[in-house]
Design a protein around this ligand. Structure first.
Ligand code: PMP
Length: 355
């Protein structure tokens, strides 16, 4: 990489893969637990990658005109932030339709980047005119030169992960040799990702299985309340329940989420409580400022490893968990205030109170 980057888009991706040794120890794991830390990307999430890829592809196809085009996108926020960042640099207008359950921080970042934000009812079914998708379509009809890049169906969504996120993980694991104290298979043996559009899990799976290790076990994580998990029976008890975690889960199956059983080996469901507890565990033990869906991914990983003791207990196997965004997206949320911010009292807290 050259030392001077051309603009912020050159600082998208190339995120670190970081050992989660303290969490592994806490849970008695012998396998390596590795976190792909996506909040270190320029816009703060894994979705910067697809925003950049979708904009660049649309430009190549001649679909965007600086000063004229209006990019409209329904998103849970992070794709919007990536798009707003790219459009700020390139001179396109942006409108983001954002379900009202998404954090104030995401809306603030979007507005700061110059985007218009339209809030929509989170409880509106995806195919209703009031949903973030319905409102985006309506706006597109009304506004000249408007375009929806459509992360739910755009091939550049999974492709961005097949071409960047996946290869970065493979390269990091392949190029880190074993040492006497750190044994490594130098392969990605297990990868765990939460699914929203499903682009991340689909693209990473394709990269790993096609080019690196076709035996790699791919686990997708879906929040309770969502219907993405397969087989469908996994969703039966909680389908339609409201959940607080942002960016994962849906009430429809996006086109970009692979339904090929060869791409995703198993689905795991997680609750808000499990997710937010896990966020606290990562922050307090690894010093990583991860967001809510990172907690879902880690708690899903730990749940799955509890069943798969053959993997959890095998030294040298590499279990990679994708951590999609950072806690700075969620500092005004009740779950952060109530749970993550106020830990248990320590001896120091008591001493401070006395002084
Ligand atoms: N976590 C967060 C915080 C997200 O914003 C998203 C994107 N919706 C995801 C996870 C899931 O990524 P994907 O859409 O690629 O499945």
């Amino acid at each position: 990489m050259p030392q001077i980057l051309n603009n912020a888009l050159d600082a998208v991706g190339n995120t670190p893969l970081i050992r989660l040794d303290n969490v592994a120890k806490l849970h008695g794991l012998k396998c390596n637990l590795l976190g792909k830390v996506e909040y270190m990307s320029a816009g703060g999430s894994v979705k910067d990658r697809i925003a950049k890829a979708m904009i660049e592809a649309a430009e190549k196809e001649g679909k965007l005109i600086p000063g004229k085009s209006v990019v409209i996108e329904p998103t849970s926020g992070n794709t919007g932030i990536g798009l707003a960042m790219a459009c700020a640099i390139k001179g396109y207008s942006v409108i983001i339709t954002l379900p009202n359950k998404m954090s104030l921080e995401k809306e603030a970042a979007l507005r700061a980047l110059g985007a218009e934000v339209v809030r929509t009812p989170a409880e509106a079914p995806w195919d209703s005119p009031e949903s973030h998708i319905g409102v985006a379509r309506k706006l597109q009809q009304e506004i000249p030169h408007a375009i929806i890049l459509d992360q739910y169906a755009n091939v550049n969504n999974p492709l961005a992960h097949e071409l960047t996120t996946g290869p970065e993980i493979i390269e990091a694991v392949k190029s880190t040799p074993s040492t006497p104290t750190r044994i490594s298979s130098q392969k990605v043996d297990v990868i765990v990702c939460g699914a929203g559009t499903g682009g991340t899990v689909t693209g990473i799976s394709r990269a790993i299985k096609k080019t690196h290790n076709k035996e790699c076990f791919v686990v997708a994580v879906d929040p309770e309340g969502s219907i993405l998990a397969f087989p469908k029976s996994l969703n039966a008890n909680t389908e339609g329940n409201a959940y607080v975690v942002e960016g994962i889960g849906y009430d429809f199956i996006p086109d970009v989420l692979s339904r090929d059983p060869a791409d995703i080996d198993e689905w795991v469901k997680t609750s808000d409580k499990e997710a937010f507890n896990a966020v606290q565990v990562i922050m307090r033990n690894e010093g990583l400022l991860v967001g809510g869906s990172s907690g879902s991914a880690l708690s899903g990983t730990l749940k799955w490893l509890k069943k798969r003791t053959d993997i959890a207990e095998k030294e040298g196997l590499n279990v990679v968990v994708l951590l999609p965004d950072g806690i700075r997206n969620y500092m005004s949320k009740e779950w952060f205030m109530n749970q993550a911010l106020h830990g248990e009292r320590t001896a120091l807290t008591d001493t401070i109170a006395k002084v």
